[in-house]
Design a protein. Structure first.
Lengths: 110, 885
């Protein structure tokens, strides 16, 4: 769904990645699939956006990466939320809720 | 936290690039594998699954690049790449790089050295406690003669200032430190003595390391004789003896009690080794303006209050000497910060040098702009290729600026090194105690200045080429192989003309100074300076206050010097030709129609052989003889100027001065450092010679505080070990009397024209540098035209043009630029050189010889700089150049 992808707001991807990792560690493909799942297929994140974002979040100290074995025994790079990342997720969620409710309110206004 | 984490990543990305790359590789491979596994699990054939997975990822390389672009430190890495590319570019053009770096090193070096002096003199805060509260007093006179400068003060002014100006804590000193003899145990030395009033160290806020400052009692006339030692003298000559306070030392032949030692690093404007109490008076020394003043603003007072109090106190004086030669003038006084007051006499010279250094920088910039422009044009194909491959204009520009910046930083570093060496050479050139500051060095401010100058330079010489490449037409640039060399030729010619014009001004200015120095050094001396050796002795010594002891010393020591083998003659004089003499007023002519006229003259006491030893011609009458003693008729000899000025050319022999003194001879004028009416550094002044034997003891002790008489010997040919033999001869008469140093007459002359010599050396060096830079500029311009037009020249020669015609045609742009610059420079000279009037002697500001000489020199250098590159034309083979196309 490329059209929907284009609508991904700046910052939304970061929030989705943080959220996807909130339930546990995942590798790149896992994150992609998890985002697809929790947005009910609305957002499909392509590697070209996913990996730069992952590396940026890791450099910011919100994610930490490590190498592990996948369910079918392939070595893959896994990511998990750091303590700082957890805090960031909370802050961004709060912010997003505030903006979203404001937007909803604004669009419903007559 | 986030910043920290990012910078750590940035460092890792830059320095562990390979590891980061491998990990990224692995990560993406794993992703592809996982997607493939997924598809195989969904029932797709293996190869098909892999292909689909790769399509889905959308190009592994692009993803990697996207990750790299987002990485922390990416920009730094890009900059690093550009920088490395820049370094490669500079190394590929060693000729260009070397020219630029040498040009920068010299021009920035000159600026660094000169700015160091400006910094030390005018900017760096003085090494005293709260220097901003220290000051001096300037006297402003508006009337028939106008002046505005720091004056020495007399005893009356000092007492008024001390008693009636509560806003200031004031102190006076002798006008400069004087050499005196110090005996301490077995040590006999000639040390710099500073005579200071009791508050001097309080004004400077210096607390002694040991002991105390001078007391009121000690600073009164005939008060107890006490001394304070500098830290250096105490450490060096007294072995840091902590019990020194209270002990006597033998200073000037008398016991002085040491009452204190200054702390280490304590600086004073006097910079003396031993301090004694000035004991200022209203008569004697204090009857004239012989004291130097320094003040500190007291806490709670303002400079305005101080100025008002000083004016009130000093304008109510009885003796208003300022009005003596200037009746009806309006006189006022005002305080000036110490630093400004100290630097004032040197400020014009230093500012002129700073201006000259600025010229050098501009010339260098013009050269570099020309060079960079040519280089940029040569790189047009490269730039066009980069643009065609998708580099943005900004990226190309950034690359160019980065290369300029690189050059500027390297050149700046080289400039600091050159400046450091130049500064050391310069300081060695200066006479001792010439600058009123103790140290000149490269401090943070100088380095900051150099950095700014370097960056400014890079902006200045980088700007033109940057503008030139901005309007690059991609299609035509890629079409032509190289530029033809005529682009921006007009611009380059204008740059050359500008630098030639500035060079002319510098050359003319230094030419005028050289002519002034030659004039001063070749003035008819009035005596024979070759073969004369002189040595100075301090007679400010208790043993020689008595006139009889003084006469005995002179007689015996002169006789001993005459006995040195090879010595033809020996004499003593209070001062020498080329030196400043004692100015004496209060002498009156006591007969004839000039009766009662007071004269102010240079007074010199001499031993009988003074004139024959120095070979000053006797014009009329007789010289002094051994028969002129204390109890015989008092006699005097005058010089030609004295006779002309006071007797209007009538024969002065037999005329009387001060009633009892008769003039017995007239001698030729000699050149002196002017003291009476300074219109030139060296001139002949009305001089009165007196026999040393007829000077009273009270007069001797006063003049010996200010002047150290010189022993003079003449030899027919150089005598080995002469100075040692002179010292031995003196020691035979008085073993406790050291010579302060030995000087030939050319040393004395060199010292009196030191300022002029320094001006010539500095400005001459700058002018030479400017000339060199201009020559390089012209050379580069013509050489470039030759290189770019090789093919055209080949065709011309093939079609029958002679090599000479081709040379003229190619050299023409350079010649035109120089001609324009020459005319512009002469116009600039006409405007600017007038400012030099006050430092020129014996020549006019628009000295035709200088102007013609400078013009010829420049034309000569320009012609050589033009011809050398055009010589390559002769080596051009038409057939080969045509085949190359």
């Amino acid at each position: 769904m490329p059209a929907k992808q284009a609508n991904l707001l700046q910052g939304t991807l970061d929030l989705l990645i943080l959220k996807a990792l909130a339930t546990g560690e995942l590798h790149g493909l896992g994150i992609s699939r998890r985002i697809e799942q929790i947005t009910r297929g609305t957002f499909v994140v392509k590697p070209g956006s996913l990996f730069p974002a992952l590396h940026r979040l890791e450099e910011a100290g919100w994610l930490s990466g490590f190498w592990g074995d996948s369910e079918n025994h392939r070595r893959a790079k896994y990511y998990r939320l750091t303590k700082a990342g957890g805090g960031q997720l909370e802050r961004e969620t709060e912010e997003w809720t505030r903006v979203a409710s404001a937007m909803t309110h604004a669009l419903k206004a007559t | 936290m986030r910043v920290l984490s990012q910078s750590r990543s940035a460092l890792r990305n830059i320095f562990r690039k390979r590891q980061a790359e491998t990990q990224l590789d692995d990560e993406l491979r794993a992703y592809v594998d996982l997607v493939t596994d997924e598809k195989i699990a969904a029932g797709m054939p293996t190869t098909e699954a892999r292909r689909k997975a790769l399509i889905e990822i959308g190009g592994v390389e692009q993803v990697k690049q996207a990750v790299r672009d987002r990485r922390a430190g990416f920009r730094i890495e890009l900059l690093w790449q550009d920088l490395r590319y820049g370094v490669r570019q500079l190394r590929r053009n060693p000729g260009f790089t070397a020219t630029v770096l040498i040009t920068l090193a010299f021009s920035i070096g000159a600026n660094t050295a000169i700015f160091s002096i400006v910094n030390a003199l005018m900017l760096r805060s003085l090494p005293y406690h709260h220097p901003e509260r220290l000051g001096v007093i300037f006297t402003q006179i508006r009337g028939p003669v106008t002046s505005d400068e720091r004056h020495h003060v007399n005893g009356e002014q000092w007492e008024l200032l001390r008693d009636d100006v509560p806003a200031l804590l004031s102190a006076v000193t002798g006008s400069r430190p004087s050499g005196v003899n110090l005996h301490a145990g077995s040590y006999v030395g000639y040390v710099r003595q500073g005579r200071v009033s009791r508050n001097y160290l309080d004004v400077l806020s210096i607390q002694p390391l040991l002991g105390r400052n001078f007391s009121d009692l000690e600073d009164r006339p005939h008060g107890p004789k006490t001394a304070i030692l500098s830290y250096g003298l105490w450490r060096g000559d007294f072995g840091a003896d902590r019990d020194i306070v209270g002990k006597p030392i033998l200073l000037k032949g008398e016991p002085y009690t040491v009452i204190g030692v200054l702390p280490e690093g304590a600086a004073t404007p006097m910079d003396a080794e031993v301090y004694t109490a000035l004991q200022p008076t209203q008569d004697g020394e204090g009857g004239g303006t012989n004291y130097e003043l320094i003040v500190r603003l007291r806490d709670g007072a303002t400079w305005q209050q101080a100025d008002a109090q000083v004016n009130r106190a000093w304008l109510s004086r009885k003796g208003r000497y300022e009005l003596g030669e200037n009746p009806g003038a309006h006189v006022s006084y005002y305080t000036v910060p110490l630093q400004q007051g100290q630097a004032a006499p040197l400020r014009p010279q230093v500012m002129a040098l700073m201006l000259a250094a600025g010229f050098i920088l501009l010339i260098a910039c013009a050269n570099l702009a020309g060079l960079t422009l040519v280089r940029m044009l040569r790189r047009t194909p490269e730039v066009a290729t980069r643009l065609a491959l998708g580099a943005s204009h900004w990226q190309v520009q950034r690359q160019m600026w980065l290369e300029n910046l690189l050059l500027a930083v390297l050149g700046g570093a080289a400039g600091v090194a050159v400046g450091f060496i130049a500064l050391r050479g310069l300081l060695r050139l200066l006479p001792e105690y010439f600058l009123p500051v103790s140290g000149v060095g490269l401090d943070g401010r100088v380095l900051a200045f150099t950095l700014i100058v370097s960056l400014l330079t890079s902006v200045l010489f980088g700007m033109l080429p940057a503008f030139a490449t901005r309007r690059l037409d991609l299609r035509s640039a890629i079409g032509t192989r190289t530029s033809t060399g005529t682009e921006h030729l007009g611009l380059r010619q204008a740059l050359i003309a500008g630098e030639v014009a500035l060079t002319i001004v510098l050359l003319a200015a230094s030419g005028l100074l050289i002519r002034t120095l030659i004039h001063l050094q070749t003035l008819p001396a009035g005596f024979n300076p070759s073969g004369v050796m002189t040595a100075r002795v301090s007679l400010d010594d208790a043993r020689y206050r008595d006139a009889a002891a003084f006469r005995k010393l002179l007689q015996e020591s002169i006789a001993a010097m005459r006995r040195i083998p090879g010595v033809q003659n020996a004499a003593v004089g209070l001062s020498l030709p080329y030196e400043r003499a004692l100015n004496e007023g209060g002498i009156t002519i006591s007969d004839g129609k000039e009766t009662g006229q007071g004269v102010v003259v240079d007074a010199v006491y001499v031993s009988p052989a003074y004139f024959s030893t120095l070979q000053i011609p006797l014009l009329d009458g007789r010289a002094f003889t051994d028969a002129d003693g204390p109890n015989t008729q008092h006699v005097a000899i005058v010089n030609r100027t004295f006779a002309r000025k006071f007797f209007r050319g009538a024969n002065p022999i037999g005329r009387h001065l001060d009633k009892g003194m008769v003039i017995v001879g007239v001698v030729e004028d000699v050149q002196l450092v002017s003291g009476l009416n300074p219109v030139a550094p060296l001139q002949s002044e009305e001089t009165l010679y007196l026999p040393a034997t007829q000077i009273e003891g009270s007069m001797l002790s006063m003049v010996h505080v200010w002047f150290q008489p010189s022993w003079i010997v003449r030899t027919a040919h150089p005598v080995g070990g002469l100075t040692a033999q002179m010292q031995r001869a003196l020691a035979g008469v008085d073993p406790d009397l050291p010579f302060s140093g030995f000087y030939s007459m050319s040393d004395v002359l060199a010292k009196s024209v030191a300022t002029q010599r320094i001006e010539v050396a500095l400005l001459g060096a700058m002018a030479a540098l400017a000339l060199l830079l201009s020559a390089v500029g012209i050379f580069a311009l013509v050489a470039n035209v030759v290189a770019q037009k090789t093919r055209e020249i080949g065709i011309r020669i093939a079609l029958g043009s002679s090599v000479r015609q081709a040379m003229v045609q190619i050299g023409a742009p350079g010649v035109r630029a120089v001609a324009t610059g020459l005319i512009l420079g002469l116009v600039l000279c006409a405007i600017a050189l007038r400012a030099m009037r006050s430092v020129l002697y014996g020549i006019a500001v628009y000295d035709p010889a200088t102007i013609v000489g400078v013009t010829l020199l420049l034309i000569f250098v320009a012609v050589i700089a033009t011809i050398i590159p055009t010589l390559r034309i002769a080596g051009i083979d038409p057939a080969q150049t045509l085949r190359e196309e």
